[in-house]
Design a protein around this ligand. Structure first.
Ligand code: GRF
Length: 188
């Protein structure tokens, strides 16, 4: 069974979908850590339901991003974590973490990359007037939402309705992240 760490900054609905899939055997893995950079993130509450240990670390507690990430790497190594799963983690990953987990960091993004990278991807898509957007799971590299794509799924835009489009996207995210993870873990 593969050992994962999930990183989140906010609600954590993707984290919960993955935790549920690990619990019921849909994904052959266990979540060793939830890593959070925001003490008020709702993801922390979700972790309690699953008895998943949570580590709250804020970059401002460290003198540099490298020092912040070095502490994370140390904690991940202590639990023999092999894969890092970003699920609404609102930071760029730096070299310290990338070098410690080469090609072993995944992210989910709420658009069909390379369209609409960065913040507020759903709003960007709705405002642009595209008729189809979607979800991308990809490997993480130094860039913002630029790494090699693993899986994508299209979602119809509900015309001019950001909230309804977001709801449809989140539903697809929860299914697609599980599939992509199981696919990647199975091949490793
Ligand atoms: C998701 O839309 C994900 O694609 C993006 O951040 C959001 C996180 O949502 N990277 P949640 O915290 O998993 O509910």
């Amino acid at each position: 069974m593969k050992k994962l760490a999930v990183f989140a900054s906010g609600s954590g609905s993707n984290f919960e979908a993955i935790a549920t899939a690990c619990q019921n055997g849909e994904i052959d893995a266990s979540i060793e850590w939830l890593i959070v950079d925001q003490p008020e993130a709702y993801a922390i509450e979700r972790a309690k339901k699953f008895n998943i240990p949570t580590l709250v670390l804020q970059p401002k507690q460290f003198e540099s991003r490298a020092a912040y990430e070095a502490e994370i790497v140390k904690q991940l190594h202590e639990k023999d974590v092999e894969w890092v799963v970003l699920a609404g983690y609102m930071r760029l990953v730096g070299d310290t973490l990338l070098d410690a987990f080469p090609n072993r960091i995944l992210n989910i993004h709420p658009s069909l990359l390379p369209s609409f990278p960065g913040l507020d991807a759903i709003r960007q898509a709705v405002r642009h007037g595209v008729k189809v957007t979607g979800v991308t799971v990809h490997y993480v590299d130094q860039g913002m939402d630029t790494g090699p794509i693993i899986m994508q799924r299209a979602v119809d835009v509900v015309d001019g309705d950001e909230e309804a489009t977001a709801a449809a996207i989140h539903e697809v995210e929860h299914a697609l992240y599980k599939e992509a993870l199981q696919y990647v873990l199975h091949r490793s």
